[in-house]
Each structure stands twice: as C-alpha cells, then as structure tokens.
Design a protein around this ligand. Sequence first.
Ligand SMILES: Nc1ncnc2c1ncn2[C@@H]1O[C@H](COP(=O)(O)OP(=O)(O)OP(=O)(O)O)[C@@H](O)[C@H]1O
Ligand SMILES: [Mg+2]
Length: 311
Amino acid sequence: MLAIDARDVVKTFRSGVFRRRATAALSGVSLAVPRGAIFGVLGPNGAGKTTLLSILATLLIPDGGQVTVLGHDVRREATLIRRRLNMASGNASFLWNQRPAEILAFYGRLYGLSGRALRRRVDDLLELCELTAYRRVAYNALSTGFKQRLALAKSLVNDPELLFLDEPTLGLDPDVAARLRGRIADLRRERGMTIVLTTHYMREAEQLCDEIAFIKGGRVLARGTAGELKRQIRIGEVIAFRLDPPAAPWLGEAAGVLRCVTHDGRIECTVDEAEKRLPELLRRLHDEGAVVRDVQVREPELEEVFVELAR
Ligand SMILES: Nc1ncnc2c1ncn2[C@@H]1O[C@H](COP(=O)(O)OP(=O)(O)OP(=O)(O)O)[C@@H](O)[C@H]1O
Ligand SMILES: [Mg+2]
C-alpha cells in the first residue's frame, strides 16, 4: 500500500511585474512511498525539495501531474488528507515570547483538542521530545537543538500517519542530531508512521532512509537504497594506501584508477573494480620497492555519490 503516489509533478513559481519571471521548481517528479517507510529526498540547494514536500503536504497546489496522498487526491481532497499528516521544518520559528507548552497547546486546539485531552497531549509531546524541563522557557531563550525538538513535537500534535520533515537536523551538533534521528526512527518503529525527510547530511540519509531520491533542477536524477545508489552511479570503490616512502606519483595514472587524492599521509585511489586492481597495484608497488604499511578497501561514501550527481 502506498502512502504517496506522485506522478509527473510540475510546479512553476511566477514572480515579478505581470508575473513574467518564471522559475521551474519541479519539472516532472514522480515518486512512490510505501506506508511505514522512511523516504529521503536529497539534492543541492534550490533542487526543489521543499517545494516537493509542500505539495505532498497539501500546502502548495501543483501545476500539473497526479498526486495521491493516503489514497486521496491532493487537489480535490486536501482537507481529508490534512488531518492525517503533518510537517516540520528545520527553519520553523514560533512566536518569540511563547513557551513550548503554550505553543503546543495552540496547535493542539487547531486540531480540535481541548481540556484534559489537550493537556495530556501537550505533556506527552513535551516528554517524548525531552522538553518537559523547558516547558516554561520562552521560545527565543531556547537553543537551536530545543527549537528543533519543539518543531518536531508540534508536528506530532495530531498523531499523524504521515510526517514530512524538511531538514530536521539543520544546525544541530552531532550529538543532538543523533538523538533526534533516534526519535525519528522510533516514530516509524513504534507507530508505523510514514516519514518523508529532506537532508543535506549523507550519514543521516544512509542511517534512516529505506529509500532515497536525488533531485536536482526539479527532476529525479536517481533513486534507490543507499547501496543501490552507490552501485548505480558506478563511481567505483576506494583503495586507501599508507606507503613508505609515502608517495607514488604514478598511482594516479595506473590502469583502472579514476582518481587519486592524498590526505593525512594516506593515498586514496578510486578504482573501477577493486578486486581486479588491488593485486595489480600491489604488484607494481612491490616492484617499485615501496613498502605497503596499510591498505584498505571501502565502498564510496554516499557523499561522493551526491557530489557526482550534483555536478
Ligand atoms: N515562493 C517562491 N517563489 C518563487 N520561487 C520560489 C519559491 N519557492 C521556491 N522557489 C524557487 O524554486 C526552486 C526550488 O526551491 P526549493 O526551496 O524547493 O529548493 P530546495 O531543494 O528546498 O533547496 P534548499 O536545499 O536550499 O532548501 C528554487 O529555484 C527557488 O528559488
Ligand atoms: Mg528547502
């Protein structure tokens, strides 16, 4: 069962006098997200990620294409869908002098909660997002990490089946980001929530997402699991050497070596096929009298796939 079935989504923003300046934000994006999945949307700045999420969350109307969310058409049946989804943005901001408990209560009322049910929901969300101790601290006095947790708490106020997170860990230190990622994984595991998130952090995508779509210039360039993307892009594997003497200038020119970089005294060669090239390179290093102190073979990082795609 699909939570999201989007086909050929088109969105153009028009601005300027007589709306003559047109920016094609999405030029035919299709994606399918199964229920209970965590789906990642990656891509460079301006790729169209936020626009896509906004359309899927019924905040923007697409110019063209077919979008079905939780079994309903986003144009005709937006009100039916809205109750069942929510969205949080890493860029969210709330009224500066309001406190977390007040902010959550405000959003709870928008979904028809009141009295004891509202108080309980607010308490639960504060607890879940580790904000209980900060319930009475004014919004502008919260650190970025706590603001981000509050944005997540707010997006859970209607216990959504489908959650959109636009750069949920933006600007967080690694430790806080890791905890937030843990929370996101829990939401899927414990509540079966379907989650669509955008991120610029490759580790985050790799760690959390069952499937990833790379978009650029309003088009999907590649999609698949992190592993599939790495194979699909065929940017090779990396062989890292530590040598004595530490340099071997011919390595960059050797057969099958696509790239060669040196950092921290390690030479990293990206090769087409590690299994085939490693013995060849080791033989030649030996013949040239170099001592191999250490050698490691690894898959490319998702980051490298991303750089390749974003070119
Ligand atoms: N309200 C708007 N009016 C005019 N142009 C817009 C509007 N919103 C987005 N755009 C344009 O649409 C394109 C896609 O923007 P979008 O915000 O979706 O990108 P993004 O992938 O989310 O980027 P980022 O990684 O920087 O958040 C950009 O060229 C942007 O300038
Ligand atoms: Mg964005």
